[in-house]
Design a protein around this ligand. Structure first.
Ligand code: PLP
Length: 361
């Protein structure tokens, strides 16, 4: 682990009880910061007490949204040790997002080391109750103070941490999703495969409409034909028709989900047939009607898998697997969480132990 200057907080916060944790509402005591200036590169990596940033109102990110982030988790295993899940892959995706958003290449190793360093400083904040975790939110914002539209010459990297509660406090629960014929998330040549702020700002209206119509999430269809599945909310989507699992390909409009990649690898390990190909909403609805649509689920860091119990499209609802969690969905959930909490072996080496600080304070 890299050695970074650490300024410890003089006023540690009271830690919330594991039972009270939700998602992203409480932040830990420290944050990791690093600056970039053109000609100088990335400099001054450091850990400081968590606190507000001071930004000039003309800072470019506030106007044109040149911002990227990622999201990954640390888990306290049944053995008490802390593991990060696929930290290298998240750091690489963060770099990919930076390139798409015209940011300078990232020092991927340093970013990766910042994960270990900050989690190690705030190790006490990793909750212990079953299903809980510590969420890591690495972010980069453009910090030029100037109103011209151009790629910035200066940036700020910050990493913050938030203890989060179990996504499934009452067990894995299938959701109702609405395939939208009015909202589009991304198009080829755009920013769909970057984890950038604007993608989320523009997704809010579709989410609101779905909620008004009585659904939990929006299933986005492709922006050109309005026909092929893209993503569901902030998750990748997978469908099991007969004995085949189908998931949309990485063709520039969807995020290269780390859970998606992990699920595909596991299912192939298990001998299941997985196809990464375009799949139309008509094919899904028809399979729903004729009973060959066995399961459908979303994948993502927050929920791991989220079973789809009902899919709605153009006024028709199709019930999937009687509205209950399917067999492959449950198996993926058990396998991935087993690896994350160190309950089962980790054949692909997806987890890494966070070095514990020799001394605290
Ligand atoms: C738009 C979008 N798609 C998919 C995902 C799932 O990706 P991952 O499995 O890496 O969390 C996320 C969440 O990160 C997301 O925001």
């Amino acid at each position: 682990m890299g050695q970074f200057p650490i300024t410890r907080t003089a006023t540690p916060k009271a830690r919330p009880s594991d039972d009270s944790l939700a998602f992203g509402k409480v932040m830990t005591d420290h944050m990791f910061l690093m600056n970039y200036e053109e000609g100088k590169g990335w400099f001054n990596p450091r850990i400081e007490p968590y606190g507000p940033l001071s930004l000039d109102p003309a800072t470019s990110v506030l106007h044109y949204g040149q911002a990227i982030f990622d999201g990954l988790k640390a888990f306290r295993g049944d053995d008490g040790r802390i593991r990060l899940f696929r930290a290298d892959r998240h750091a690489q995706r963060f770099d990919r997002s930076a390139r798409i958003m015209s940011m300078p290449p990232l020092p991927v190793d340093l970013i990766r080391q910042s994960f270990d360093a900050l989690v190690s400083v705030d190790a006490d904040w990793v909750p212990r109750k079953a299903g809980t975790s510590l969420y890591l939110r690495p972010t980069i914002i453009a910090t030029d103070v100037m109103l011209g539209v151009h790629p910035a010459h200066s940036y700020l990297y910050f990493l913050i941490l938030s203890p989060v509660g179990s996504y499934y406090k009452e067990g894995v629960k299938p959701v109702r999703i609405l395939a939208s014929d009015s909202h589009v998330r991304a198009v080829r040549g755009g920013t769909g495969e970057a984890k950038t702020a604007a993608n989320y700002a523009q997704s809010l209206a579709g989410q609101q409409d779905a909620a008004k119509a009585g659904y939990t999430q929006v299933l986005y269809l492709d922006g050109v034909h309005r026909k092929f599945l893209d993503e569901v909310g902030t998750m990748n989507i997978m469908v099991r028709i007969g004995d085949e699992v189908i998931t949309p390909p990485l063709a520039g409009t969807i995020l290269d989900g780390v859970t998606r990649a992990s699920a595909i690898e596991l299912m192939r390990d298990w001998g299941l047939k997985v196809q990464e190909r375009a799949i139309s909403i008509d094919e899904v609805m028809q399979a729903g009607r004729d009973g060959t649509l066995k399961e459908m689920w979303g994948t993502g860091t927050a929920a791991v898998v989220s079973p789809v119990g009902t899919i709605g499209y153009k006024g028709e609802d199709v019930l999937i697997n009687g509205g209950t969690t399917g067999e492959v969905t449950q198996r993926l959930y058990d396998a991935i969480t087993g690896i994350q909490y160190g309950r089962t072996n980790d054949p692909h080496g997806w987890t890494s132990l966070v070095p514990e600080m020799a001394e605290a304070g």
